[in-house]
Design a protein around this ligand. Structure first.
Ligand code: SF4
Ligand code: MG
Length: 333
């Protein structure tokens, strides 16, 4: 698999005041392959949006590295290099309403990138491109002359997608693009994104708070917890054989329609809220909510290791070194 992005020990901290720092993203490492959809999942506040924004340079990284086509996006860039990155990496937002300028016509919203990057030689070419994009996302030419408030949530998301697509990007960060939409509309937008991926050879980082949302669209999935990566696997492996107790808990929260499977399933329920990323727990950050936690979990930060081929997990349960510490508990996993 060819890598489009290599994210290496990436950190994004926000200084709140003199004594406290919000460690939104605190050292995550993973690759995104060309043409794939990488689903990034976690509860709100786990750092997934911040990770997406830092990867595409909307935020400056506190530490670590993001390589895009082999080039570190966070090193100093010339204006021209920055422009190139801005074209190659686009974002689709959760709230299409907030991200569309209410005073601009849809036509001009979509054409913004075309103008900035000089992608049309004439007014006519610009209009042709916009009309083509409107058609691509399932809207009509006539929609171009209207304003964002005249559209439904699903249509606004289509406008946001057309805007991202206008500059012919290689990589799109979709930050909860369907979370705010009616369930009946969600599948339509997902289908549109999948069709566009095929037609334009796009690579997606698809952010969601719910594993069921990324299941069908993702080739691989990463599960974040409190600024760290808990587990990464192919979509199939993650759902069939989740390793991290947090992933297991997220999955047991999804109802299964097959009663046979439902009955045989061990339920893992996690209680309480995600602790504050300003003062994360020592050792494993999940230990305050983990049903398997033992002394070692408070003392040692679990290493992110490749437990099986292409299946990464950060949990002492899968480290032979700590077998004794989990005596008796391990049978449950
Ligand atoms: Fe639970 Fe310990 Fe594994 Fe963390 S390292 S997930 S606390 S068992
Ligand atoms: Mg978010």
């Amino acid at each position: 698999q060819e890598k489009l992005l290599e994210i290496k020990d990436l950190k994004k901290h926000f200084k709140l005041d003199r004594n406290s720092t919000l460690k939104a993203v605190d050292g995550i490492t993973f690759d995104i392959y060309k043409g794939e959809t990488f689903g990034l999942v976690g509860e709100s506040g786990c750092g997934k949006s911040t990770a997406g924004r830092t990867i595409m340079r909307l935020y400056e990284a506190t530490a670590g590295e993001v390589d895009f086509n082999g080039e570190n996006v966070h090193t100093k860039k010339t204006k021209r290099e920055l422009k190139k990155f801005n074209r190659d990496m686009q974002m689709i937002f959760q709230d299409p309403y907030a991200s569309l300028n209410p005073r601009m016509t849809v036509k001009d919203i979509i054409a913004e990138g075309i103008d900035i990057h000089g992608l049309a030689k004439s007014k006519q070419e610009r209009l042709d491109r916009v009309n083509e994009l409107l058609k691509t996302v399932g809207l009509s030419e006539e929609h171009g002359n209207r304003y964002p408030h005249e559209f439904s949530g699903g249509q606004r998301q289509r406008i946001g997608i057309a805007r991202a697509l206008a500059v012919d990007p290689e990589f799109i960060v979709a930050d909860e693009p369907i979370s705010a939409l009616d369930v009946s509309i969600q599948a339509q937008v997902v289908n549109l994104l999948q069709r566009l991926q095929k037609e334009h050879g796009l690579t997606y980082l698809f952010i969601a708070h719910d594993l069921s949302m990324v299941k069908h669209i993702s080739d691989r999935v990463g599960v974040m917890y409190l600024g760290n990566m808990a587990e990464i696997a192919t979509s199939d492996d993650l759902y069939a054989e989740p390793l991290h107790p947090y992933t297991q808990a997220l999955l047991s929260a999804i109802p299964i329609s097959d009663p046979e499977v439902e009955r045989s399933r061990e339920r893992i329920i996690v209680e309480g809220d995600v602790p504050s990323p300003v003062n994360p727990p020592s050792g494993c950050r999940f230990r305050t909510r983990c049903p398997f936690a033992t002394d070692i979990c408070a003392e040692v930060v679990p290493e992110f290791q490749e437990y099986e081929k292409d299946h990464w997990v950060a949990c002492h349960l899968y480290n032979d070194k700590y077998n004794d510490a989990f005596e008796g508990k391990k049978a449950l996993v």
